[in-house]
Design a protein around this ligand. Structure first.
Ligand SMILES: [Zn+2]
Length: 432
């Protein structure tokens, strides 16, 4: 049960406002939003509500992650529903969409709903489980997509791999055009990715020519993303389907999304905090790879001009030994806000309101959820935070809640401390 709470002495920040004020939560929804000086309790609204003085902290809609891997079932040595949920809540997230590349692969409604129900309870964010585009990632069988309801399963994805066959991808998109489920695409041509891998192996065997091999591999991996982004956008046009491009990382892919958005509605994309913060100068393994600084700058510009709709973490926890053997990705759900707040807001690229829009309102809207804004009637999913508090990222600390300790930000200093995260008025993380 949620309690009724009146939070005062806060800075209310969402897509549409940034103002001192107070907020009333009743029965798990936002029952009142008051700008400073606006509120007098003539109707007795506050009767029975717990009064919380937030000491001037910032209150924002909790974040919505459209793209995370909690590895459950099958790889729970890396993460499970509990550890992933705790890390998410500690990162200010109250809604998370989990990708289907578990073991077994989540390939139908029943399994997805079973995972969602396992993650339902007091301490969990709202967890949605994505279904794969093809059964067991076989690249062929799309029939399960015909039976999905976007209210249960708002998003489907083959994330971690690409549907190689254009015809099968067209089938998947056509089925989802009928149900209204959003198709999130991991755009990567598998044949070019394989060739890049071979070039990297060749580089290790032939140190004299390794630079050339690495450069070729880099450009093939870029082409792998660009070609499939173009292909998937064109297929979605033809199928009349909503399409969401996951983890856009190159300037040309972003340009393709921009062009597709001009053609029609129903096109969206996301970017990860690590592609916004880092470049290929860092020897970090992630898929898609870190790119050049000109790509990174284009992504930031894409956030400013609205081409990019959402920041999604692609939270990808691994064990230490998996990471040593080259497993791609980072455990990033707990660091997303401080990283983005530092490199986007404090660096002067975006306002905190604009960041709220791309971390909460937009992803909630794309998933068809009634949350992500501080408005009366919305779910009381909120995060209380201090945007100016310095934090240093330490994956060995007790406060690091993901089982995966793999982060490129270890030892680095960012700004933005999460004090508390609430889902429908229930405290998931922090003190209050
Ligand atoms: Zn992916």
């Amino acid at each position: 049960m949620s309690e009724d709470i009146y939070i005062y002495n806060v800075r209310l920040v969402d897509r549409d406002m940034d103002t001192p004020g107070s907020l009333l939560i009743r029965d798990g929804v936002i029952a009142g939003v008051f700008r400073e000086g606006e509120y007098t309790d003539t109707a007795g609204d506050m009767v029975g509500a717990r009064l919380v003085n937030a000491d001037g902290a910032i209150l924002m809609p909790a974040f919505v992650d459209m793209h995370a891997h909690f590895r459950d079932p099958g790889f729970t040595q890396k993460e499970d529903l509990v550890s992933g949920s705790q890390a998410a809540a500690a990162g200010g997230y109250a809604t998370v969409v989990l990708m289907a590349n578990t073991n077994p692969v989540v390939s139908d409604r029943a399994v997805a709903c079973e995972i969602r129900s396992r993650a339902t309870g007091m301490r969990f964010p709202d967890v949605f489980q994505a279904v794969s585009l093809t059964r067991d990632f076989d690249g062929c069988d799309t029939t399960a997509l015909a039976h999905l309801d976007p209210a249960e399963i708002p998003l489907v994805s083959e994330d971690g791999r690409e549907v190689a066959s254009a015809a099968v991808m067209f089938d998947a998109l056509s089925l989802c055009a009928k149900t209204g489920v959003l198709v999130s695409c991991h755009c990567e041509d598998p044949t070019l990715a394989q060739r890049a891998k071979e070039l990297r192996t060749a580089a290790l065997a032939d140190p004299a020519n390794s630079a050339e091999h690495y450069t070729q591999a880099e450009s093939l991996l870029r082409l792998a993303e660009d070609l499939m982004t173009e292909r998937n956008l064109s297929l979605a046009d033809a199928a009349g389907c909503r399409i969401h491009i996951a983890h856009v990382s190159t300037r040309s892919s972003l340009a393709a999304v921009f062009a597709a958005k001009k053609r029609r509605a129903g096109v969206s994309c996301e970017v990860t905090p690590h592609h916004l913060a880092l470049t290929a100068r860092e020897a970090e393994i992630v898929n898609p790879p870190l790119r050049f600084d000109e790509d990174r700058q284009a992504l930031i510009q894409g956030l400013i001009d609205g081409t990019i709709d959402a920041i999604a973490t692609d939270h990808a926890p691994h064990t230490e030994s998996d990471k040593r053997s080259g497993a791609p990705g980072f455990s990033g759900i707990q660091t997303a806000f401080p990283v983005c707040n530092t490199i986007l807001v404090r660096a002067g690229h975006l306002s905190l309101s604009a960041l709220s829009k791309i971390m909460s309102a937009n992803p909630a809207g794309l998933l068809g959820l009634h949350r992500g804004l501080l408005q009366v009637g919305m779910d009381a999913d909120v995060v209380l935070l201090d945007a100016n508090a310095p934090i240093s990222i330490d994956p060995t600390a007790d406060s690091w809640l993901s089982r995966g300790k793999n982060t490129p930000f270890a030892g680095k200093r960012f700004y933005g401390a999460i004090r508390a995260t609430l889902r429908r008025g229930v405290l998931l993380f922090g003190t209050f």
